[in-house]
Design a protein around this ligand. Structure first.
Ligand SMILES: NC(=O)C1=CN([C@@H]2O[C@H](COP(=O)(O)OP(=O)(O)OC[C@H]3O[C@@H](n4cnc5c(N)ncnc54)[C@H](O)[C@@H]3O)[C@@H](O)[C@H]2O)C=CC1
Ligand SMILES: O=C(O)[C@H]1O[C@H](OP(=O)(O)OP(=O)(O)OC[C@H]2O[C@@H](n3ccc(=O)[nH]c3=O)[C@H](O)[C@@H]2O)[C@H](O)[C@@H](O)[C@@H]1O
Length: 445
């Protein structure tokens, strides 16, 4: 049911946000920007101290500025004691990690531990809201765990993307709030009234389901596109033109149609696995989603074979002694997040085949533990080309388009680039003396 919300806009509410990661910090800073009073809590005391000084260590456009403004306006504070902060809460947002556990289910340890910490401290009439992605039934479970007749539980899934978190939070396609207490759902939705977004008020289970249904749909869409790309290659069609032609159909839309090295990041992989686990527990066979997940693993393997082929060593042969220059390792452009990065997975597979990798990624510092044993990170894109048998573009950073390709061609031992995102203009590369290998398209040069 979609409803007009916000007849009574309430400002200056006391909001507590548990967890100051991509979602929690964005939520806290943006709610403060909207005029609310917010306290953000985290178990990581060092992080809390840094944030209190306005130091933001994640790469998110506009987030440091919003945090600084919130602090200066006295509307944004940071604390390390969840229990103490909870005492003054009107609304508590749980923005805690729900990682994949062995077997694929979402691990609710952090969510349940914080709920246990605050249950005795929450004021009457407060609302505990899950913004973390949690399986259907979690709100009901939290209600039992809190065991407070005077405290409501709601689900308010978050749909922001990393790299545009602040923009997405403040310009949402929709707000979804679910609670078995309609009054609590309306109070949570009212916090966003200034955004003027379509608002879906529903029960808690449906709100929780919206989030999984949306992320798994996006993942399935990408696996379908990547499969069509492979077919294009076999049949001599061009995936870029094919998806453009598909996307003009308003029922399909142009976005989320870019073929690539497979989908990754902190959420799509874990959420697809979690929904499969939920379906299994419910006795529901979900071959469609299974195929999307398996297709994604296969896509990464296809990319590795393509690189081997481009280096002229045969798709199954060893890459021992082959040096490759890697452009991009983050799971997508615009972020420094390496969690379940397809780029990193491809890089790891290349190393397993014997390759030596020199990488450049404008979002990374070089001391990220995930890079250990995989690639040496350099701070200049031209350094990756020296003595390399070829280049592999794995993350679509805009700046890669304007590199001096003639200069790179002169430095490489093999002037070939495997562009796993169809990110570069093959004609520019051909004119620079480079060969281009894309995804779902004929090679150039
Ligand atoms: N990253 C994204 O783009 C999106 C993530 N989500 C969901 O939001 C949730 C959070 O994700 P992220 O913000 O990416 O996670 P994150 O890993 O960036 O941040 C989680 C934060 O929670 C803190 N934390 C862990 N245990 C805690 C505890 N017991 N008490 C207080 N703080 C604690 C951590 O120190 C960390 O700062 C997940 O369920 C995720 O699926 C939803 C939409 C978008
Ligand atoms: O639940 C979450 O955490 C979030 O997950 C995704 O956001 P995010 O993980 O930031 O990244 P996306 O932009 O969705 O990209 C996911 C993966 O798909 C890939 N992708 C995306 C789009 C595309 O056309 N092609 C493609 O290969 C990206 O490179 C990346 O590896 C969803 O887009 C958000 O709506 C959701 O809130």
């Amino acid at each position: 049911m979609s409803r007009e919300v916000g007849v009574w806009v309430v400002f200056a509410r006391r909001i507590i946000v548990m967890g100051t990661g991509y979602v929690g910090l964005t939520t806290g800073a943006c709610l403060a920007s909207l005029g609310h009073r917010v306290v953000c809590c985290d178990v990581d005391v060092v992080k809390v101290e840094r944030l209190a000084r306005g130091e933001v260590r994640i790469l998110e456009p506009d987030l440091p500025e919003r945090v600084a403004e919130g602090i200066a306006a006295g509307r944004l504070e940071f604390a390390s004691s969840a229990a103490a902060a909870a005492e003054e809460a009107e609304v508590v947002f749980l923005c805690l990690p729900t990682p994949m556990s062995t077997g694929g289910a979402a691990d609710l340890t952090a969510v349940e531990s914080v709920a246990g910490e605050i249950r005795g401290r929450l004021p009457a009439a407060s609302v505990v809201v899950t913004k973390s992605t949690v399986p259907v039934g979690t709100a009901a479970r939290l209600g039992r765990l809190l065991d407070r007749d005077d405290v409501a539980v709601a689900s308010n899934p978050e749909f922001l993307r990393e790299g545009s978190a602040v923009h997405d939070f403040l310009n949402p396609d929709r707000i979804v709030v679910g609670s078995d207490s309609p009054d609590a759902a309306e109070r949570v939705a009212a916090l966003y009234a200034r955004l003027g977004a379509p608002t879906v008020l529903t029960d808690a289970a449906s709100a929780e389901m919206v989030k999984y249904a949306a992320n798994c749909f996006l993942a399935t869409k990408l696996s379908y596109v990547n499969a069509i790309a492979e077919l294009c290659e076999l049949l001599g069609a061009n995936i870029t033109d094919v998806t453009e032609g598909m996307g003009y159909d308003r029922r399909i839309g142009q976005s989320f149609l870019e073929a690539g090295p497979g989908w990754g990041g902190s959420c799509l992989p874990k959420d697809t696995r979690a929904l499969l686990r939920v379906a299994e527990t419910a006795g529901f066979d979900f071959p469609l989603l299974e195929a999307a997940v398996n297709g994604n693993t296969r896509q990464r393997e296809q990319v590795v074979s393509k690189v081997a082929d481009a280096c002229g060593v045969g798709v199954e042969s060893s890459l021992s002694g082959v040096r490759l220059g890697i452009l991009g390792l983050a799971f997508k452009a615009g972020t420094d997040d390496l969690r379940d990065s397809p780029a990193l997975a491809v890089a790891r597979a290349l190393v397993d085949r014997g390759a030596e990798l020199i990488a450049y990624d404008p979002g990374l510092r070089g001391d990220e533990p995930e890079l250990a044993g995989i690639a040496t990170l350099v701070d200049d894109p031209y350094r990756v080309a020296k003595e390399a048998a070829g280049l592999v573009l794995l993350t679509g950073w805009p700046e890669f388009r304007t590199l001096d390709w003639s200069r790179l061609a002169g430095m490489l031992r093999g002037p070939v680039v495997v562009d796993t995102r169809n990110h570069l203009d093959p004609d520019v590369l051909r004119r620079a003396g480079m060969s281009w290998r894309g995804i779902g398209r004929a090679p150039v040069g």
